[in-house]
Design a protein around this ligand. Sequence first.
Ligand SMILES: C[S@@+](CC[C@H](N)C(=O)[O-])C[C@H]1O[C@@H](n2cnc3c(N)ncnc32)[C@H](O)[C@@H]1O
Length: 294
Amino acid sequence: MVEKMESAGLDEASFKSIAELAYKESGLQLVAEKMSMIQSRLRHRLKAVGIDTFPSYAQFVCSESGVSERREMISALTTNVSHFFREQHHFDILQDKILPAKIDYLRQGGRFRVWSAGCSNGQEAYSIVMATLDRYPEIAELDFRVLATDIDQKVVDFASKGVYPQRLLSGVSPDRLKKYFTECKNDSEPSFQAKSSIKSRVTFKELNLLSDWPMKRQMDVIFCRNVIIYFDAVTQNSLWPRFKNQLKPDGYLFLGHSERISDPDLAGFANQGPTTYRHKKAHEELAREENKCL
Ligand SMILES: C[S@@+](CC[C@H](N)C(=O)[O-])C[C@H]1O[C@@H](n2cnc3c(N)ncnc32)[C@H](O)[C@@H]1O
């Protein structure tokens, strides 16, 4: 393994220092099996800062003067793949179960808050808004907002602009494209700008899930999908109670298709179908209510 790493350019000692740093800073677990991908992503960073060798880069990025490069390094190491309406079943639950249960509360002046945690380029956040407004157009006049956060400032900046080349819009139906986007005529590649009807509903912010969360109010729904897959069990388990505290007692947590809460009972969540979780207490109360009605 050592020989393989060295011949590929990224030596074992540098890999170890960089992996430790990435884990400490962001929870990302860099594994030796992904060495060639990690190396190629980091090569761009070496070039950008004018450093020739991986040992010098590792030394620099771990040093006090490497603070801003650390953010660039994490940005280079994160995987930002996302799609509009990815994992459609969560949007179905939002439209068919969550919103119908909340609409009267909203009509009476209540607020509805959704968090897209690890939002990448914003496709998830804008999909949440489109699904919500499609289900109840009147919500455009009510107190509904999405907070979308990511550790990577570059994707946050991209998402805030809300401009997508056509190739990234494959999950958006022609009807939705017409309703929620305007074509940008000047760009060389056909691209579309999110209209203010959806853009104004989302606040994009840089936020590391491992740091303190500044949000004071609880959420109705948290989408944290295809993010914790890059974390180890210790980091994942540290997040469940924090998500639970950040959710309203009847709130929902959605994870990505290959992610699970290993022991939902212990974490205080009830599993409500594939990658869908709810506060255990709310789930039990709901079951009692349903039994009463039988
Ligand atoms: C594969 S994307 C998922 C995007 C979207 N949630 C989806 O399912 O399509 C993973 C995102 O998680 C972000 N991420 C990774 N570690 C993070 C951390 N510690 N805090 C916040 N975001 C993080 C990455 O920057 C990346 O944009």
